[in-house]
Design a protein around this ligand. Sequence first.
Ligand code: BTN
Length: 254
Amino acid sequence: MFSVDLLQSNLNTKLIGKKIVYYASTKSTNTDIWKLYQNGETEGLVVVTNHQTKGRGRGDSKWFSGHGLGLTCSLLIKQKFNLDKIGLHAILVPTAIISGIKKNLNIPLSLKWPNDLYHDNKKLGGVLIESKNANTEFIYNIGFGINVNESAKDFPLDIKDKSTSLKIAFGETIQRELLLANILNSIDASIHNVNEPVIIKEWMKYCGHIDSKIYIKHNGKYIQGIFKKINQWGQAIINKNGKDIIFDGPTINI
Ligand code: BTN
């Protein structure tokens, strides 16, 4: 069970969670957010489920979450950065998620470009950001999945060796409602006090592959290079054969 009352009583937000829709089971909270948006819901809406059956990841990937074990949540916000810096949404969210998790648990976490969460070289969480044009600005559907109380045996075979959870990392069962409240509090605080240099600095602090060889998927092909940094627009700077190449973060406009 997931208690929305317990989540709500720990929320300390101005905007996020002004309406919370809970489903005991659903296919995808990102898909639900768009349906509710078409029906007139607006920024601040949060959708959370105890059992996501067809979780969508970035690209063609799927997102697995153990029934009643993980956190699967999406939220709707209006554009928070100027058009030339919309890539910063994809940078703000994972850093805010990490600081939310760190309110509960003192464990080392790292980020992989642009917004995958890792512990001990295994994936712990991911963020799927989708946007739509809404008159003169964009509206953002921010979905995140975090492995919380899964044990190794709960993960499907194909991702078992590369996945971890907060319970595996910390050694104890975690209360998901308080964890989600801390994450939403942290995202809400970040969007109300947008400080671009701080967001970039925080992201760089958690990035686990600065000056390391990475592969970036671009137009269906993998490009190999050395990850240098993110710039003031939230773009990745990759050095390939001595030349810097700039990559945008993947926000999917639908
Ligand atoms: C990724 O790592 O590729 C991103 C995973 C994002 C998964 C979350 S779970 C809640 C929300 N609903 C979805 O269908 N996907 C996102």
